[in-house]
Design a protein around this ligand. Structure first.
Ligand code: SF4
Length: 165
């Protein structure tokens, strides 16, 4: 597990993939099939490119002026172990971690490998994109059904704590 499959190069200086200035990693592979997905090229589980985790860490080191990193996709939880390594590295550099997922928080809590990643991230934007609930008023998410979750508080209090932007 020394590499991760990414859909593209790491994006620097994003202001739309979470709060603050962010580095974004788009993981390759997704099985959710949301209608009108924003990144259909990222679905193929064998597509994109394999990148050494050490090379991801080197890229992160170039962007330490950012507020944090965002793992998007694709579906990051299909590569939860690798994403967890990246999250741990980012946290060690005082970067906060957001993750976008098509899964629901409640379901991710039930799987050990997903829970490991949840324990190392700050914010989870969960749920499939629903084009019928698309709204330009949604900040940091695509449709109104998606939730921006404060992961640490939600785990601590055993109830979902939402963030409002
Ligand atoms: S979860 Fe994201 S990448 Fe996957 S199909 Fe839905 S919008 Fe596209």
């Amino acid at each position: 597990m020394s590499n991760i499959r990414l859909a593209s190069d790491i994006l620097f200086d994003s202001v739309v993939d979470g709060n603050g200035l962010r580095m974004v990693m788009f993981t390759q592979g997704c099985t959710h099939n949301c209608s009108e997905c924003h990144n259909a090229k990222s679905h193929d589980l064998n597509g994109g490119k394999l990148v050494l985790l050490n090379d991801v860490f080197k890229e992160i080191d170039k962007g330490l002026y950012h507020s944090g990193i965002t793992l998007s996709g694709g579906e990051p939880f299909l590569q939860a172990l690798q994403c967890n390594e990246i999250a741990i590295y980012a946290k060690s550099k005082n970067l906060n971690v957001w993750v976008y997922t098509g899964f629901l928080f409640e379901d991710l809590l039930k799987k050990d490998v997903s829970l490991k990643l949840l324990n190392n991230i700050d914010v989870l934007v969960d749920g499939k994109f629903d084009k019928s609930l698309k709204s330009l008023n949604c900040k940091f998410k695509g449709s109104t059904n998606q939730r921006i979750i404060d992961v640490k508080k939600s785990i601590e209090f055993n109830k979902i704590e939402l963030l409002d932007f």
